[in-house]
Design a protein around this ligand. Structure first.
Ligand code: ADP
Ligand code: ZN
Ligand code: ZN
Length: 731
């Protein structure tokens, strides 16, 4: 019998756009939305999540299969989160089952219980302590027993409960109500620290920000805080978080990268100690589940995490903060290509709570939203302390002697700052020794055999490496084409570090990039060395730009600004401005004035001249005017349809077919391409892309909603790898 009362729609993690229908043949109530079920799929079984109870099915009765097992009594995904994830599947045109599974810790995807058997003993939460055991006894006598045991003993493990007649299900139920929890796993970054700090007195500007947010009526609102680096933004977050704590609500703080922000975690631990949960991809599966569970029960009051923490199962949400909101790492770049920054705003809206986006260099979308009144703008103009803004100058590389990428004025400045016992940061967006191995005789360079890219020399390991596909090969100085001796051209972080060591033999020099930190004991060790003052000169890549607070850095050198001046996509200018100002922001904090020197062959380039004023707002105003004139986002919306294949023609033919179907279908959407991707061949595959652009988001999504299901049925769609990128950040 297929009555209306026993149908379930289940999102199963497979690449299908839709959820699947199953029949519930078990006794009792239908499994609730957000509960996991084990279902048959083909000849195997999968774990899916119930997303709906449909009235009828189009499937013939003999095709409808039964759910094998219900795995949760309480939903693992609350209704709010479930609806947000369903919205994501529609908006990002990504299969619902895969979207849901990204929001669940891997152990839950594999079918484990949310409560870990291997975790520590049970203890009461604040909520649990507030329960009246006698009142509970009327409805749930076993739970009342458990409450009394915990009130008496403080904590107890499963065996102790069993001895006193309380089974595991009872505790699981109480856990789902937020009354008890496992003793938190200390390795999850929740180490208890006793050295608590004393919050500083806020500056007037900081106080204004706190007052504005704290003083507005409760409910959803997006705030955009623009404050230069070192202006005390983090302190503003801490105050707002403390207010939420007092009110018993949770705060979610999203950061670009946990590994790069040990100082921030340290500050949070000192201020908020045991109520902190950290969520990021580096956690072991068990730690991740513990953190997730602490968030869901409300035991964790402050959740700090990277991108995927935007799906944290908040029990009592009060506030969301996105630190460095402009950072590209908030956008997932493969598979389910969501923007955690955008979803933070969406979630806040649905939860009806405030969200704070903050940066020294906010994204142009956010600036635009603030300008048109969608977001409320806040700003902090002054830095903490007396240092003020650094002095920024461009060094004309055409007019000065340059040795291995270091100009004479920069070398002189480094010496001056070393003599004054200060620290120096040198930024170069290129790791390795030198980018190119070139034959001066025949002009041949060593290219990667799988990518449209040159191999990079890594002298220390004696190998050539491709930074795009990871391929390596032995380094040979003999030209394979003509047999002459080849030379290394250009400079990477490794070569610069060597050159500095020769110039300043007594200086203590360290390197911060992906190669170096893999060897030197991790990012934390390198950063700690700088923080302690052991390191005098730090040479690094993009990793330098991420919010570090080094009080003794007075000189920042940007070794090759030209790389950023001539980018190919419409966002390169914005990215370059953000990187440059973020790096510059590391110079001079508190009582030390800073100096920033930028090496360029194009010192008159209008972008450099504009940025030398360090007025990001003015930059953003002009850049937005240019975007508007050209019709780029945020004045239009984009969807990028990518395809790759081992044969160039297959990728193009597929996208031609998509383009033709798209052009037939809707008015109001421009279709550009297909065109080769900016690096056409990568890892042995040819990559092409099709750009869909529209002034109206709705037109774009209507088109996609029609197109995607049709395209999935094409045989051609199975011969290429394709993906859809909504609001791409590289186009
Ligand atoms: P941002 O997040 O804007 O880069 P931070 O909040 O990290 O700035 O502040 C920079 C430094 O100034 C930190 O070391 C912080 O402890 C300190 N600081 C912040 N606010 C104050 C204040 N009101 N008084 C004194 N020191 C402060
Ligand atoms: Zn390669
Ligand atoms: Zn040669």
């Amino acid at each position: 019998m297929t009555g209306p009362a026993n149908l379930l729609r289940v999102a199963v993690p497979v690449p299908l756009s839709d959820a699947l229908e199953y029949r519930w043949a078990g006794s009792g109530d239908l499994p609730r939305r957000g509960c996991r079920v084990r279902v048959p799929l083909g000849r195997s079984e999968r774990i899916g999540v119930v997303i709906d109870h449909p009235d009828r099915t189009s499937l013939p009765a003999e095709k409808l299969r039964d759910v094998i097992e219900l795995m949760d009594e309480e939903p693992v995904l609350a209704q709010e989160l479930l609806r947000t994830l369903q919205w994501c599947a529609d908006y990002y045109h990504y299969p619902i089952g895969e979207v849901l599974s990204q929001a669940l810790p891997v152990l839950l995807r594999q079918g484990r219980s949310p409560v870990r058997a291997a975790a520590g003993p049970w203890e009461l939460t604040d909520e649990g302590r507030a329960q009246d055991a006698n009142a509970v006894r009327r409805r749930a006598p076993r739970q009342a027993d458990a409450l009394e045991i915990l009130i008496r003993e403080g904590s107890a493990d499963a065996a102790e409960f069993r001895d006193q007649g309380v089974g595991a299900t009872v505790l699981r139920r109480m856990n789902a109500r937020g009354w008890v929890r496992r003793r938190p796993n200390r390795r999850a970054g929740t180490a208890l620290k006793t050295d608590r700090d004393t919050p500083p007195t806020l500056t007037a500007e900081q106080q204004d920000c706190v007052d504005a947010i704290a003083g507005s009526p409760p409910g959803y609102r997006t705030w955009l805080l623009q404050g230069v680096t070192g202006s005390g933004k983090t302190e503003v977050y801490l105050r707002l978080i403390a207010r939420e704590l007092e009110a018993g609500r949770q705060s979610l703080l999203l950061v670009p990268e946990i590994g790069l922000t040990p100082q921030l975690i340290d500050r949070l631990q000192k201020r908020f100690a045991q109520r902190l949960a950290v969520m990021h991809s580096g956690l072991a599966a068990g730690q991740r589940l513990d953190a997730w569970q602490d968030v869901r029960t409300g035991a964790a009051k402050l959740i700090v995490g990277t991108r995927s923490a935007v799906f944290a199962p908040l029990a009592r949400p009060g506030l969301i903060i996105v630190d460095e909101e402009h950072d590209p790492s908030f956008k997932q770049q493969d598979g389910f290509r969501y923007s955690a920054r955008d979803l933070a705003v969406l979630r806040a809206q649905r939860l009806d709570i405030p969200v704070l986006l903050a940066s020294a260099t906010p994204s142009l979308e956010s600036v635009h939203n603030a300008e048109r009144g969608q977001y409320r703008a806040l700003s902090i103009r002054r830095r903490i302390g007396t240092a003020g803004h650094p002095d920024m100058r461009v060094i004309d590389m055409n007019r000065h002697a340059v040795r291995q990428g270091l100009s004479t004025p920069l070398v002189t400045a480094i010496r001056r700052h070393l003599d004054a016992d200060c620290q120096i940061l040198l930024f170069l967006n290129r790791r390795g020794f030198a980018p190119v191995l070139l034959c001066p005789n025949c002009g041949t360079a060593e290219d990667c055999s799988r990518c449209d890219a040159r191999m990079t020399i890594h002298a220390a390991s004696g190998r050539l490496r491709c930074h795009h596909c990871g391929r390596t090969q032995p380094l040979s100085w003999v030209c394979s084409a003509c047999g002459s001796e080849r030379v290394a051209v250009g400079a990477g972080t490794q070569r610069i570090t060597g050159e500095l060591a020769a110039l300043f033999p007594d200086a203590r020099i360290a390197r911060l990039d992906r190669d170096a930190t893999a060897r030197q004991g991790g990012v934390g060790t390198v950063l700690a060395g700088v923080k302690r003052g052991d390191t005098q000169i730090l040479v690094g890549t993009q990793m330098l730009t991420k919010g570090h607070d080094f009080p003794r850095v007075t000189l920042v050198g940007v070794l090759n600004a030209d790389q950023g001046l001539f980018g190919t996509d419409y966002r390169s200018t914005e990215r370059f401005a953000q990187i440059l100002l973020q790096v510059a922001g590391r110079a001079g904090r508190r009582d030390r004035a800073g100096e920033v020197l930028i090496q360029s062959h194009y010192p008159q380039h209008p972008l450099l001249r504009r940025l030398a004023d360090q007025d990001y707002s003015e930059f953003a105003r002009l850049a937005l005017a240019e975007r508007e004139a050209a019709g780029w986002p945020p004045f239009s919306h984009l969807i990028l349809w990518r395809a790759e294949a081992t044969r160039r023609a297959s990728a193009h033919a597929f996208l031609e077919q998509v383009a033709a179907a798209a052009r037939k279908r809707v008015a109001g959407v421009d279709v550009f391409g297909p065109a080769p991707a900016s690096m056409e061949r990568r890892g042995g595959r040819y990559r092409a892309q099709l750009l869909l652009q529209s002034k109206r988001r709705s037109a774009l999504h209507r088109l996609m909603a029609e197109l995607a299901p049709v395209v999935r049925t094409w045989p051609a769609a199975r011969r290429v790898r394709w993906s859809v990128d909504v609001d791409p950040i590289e186009a």
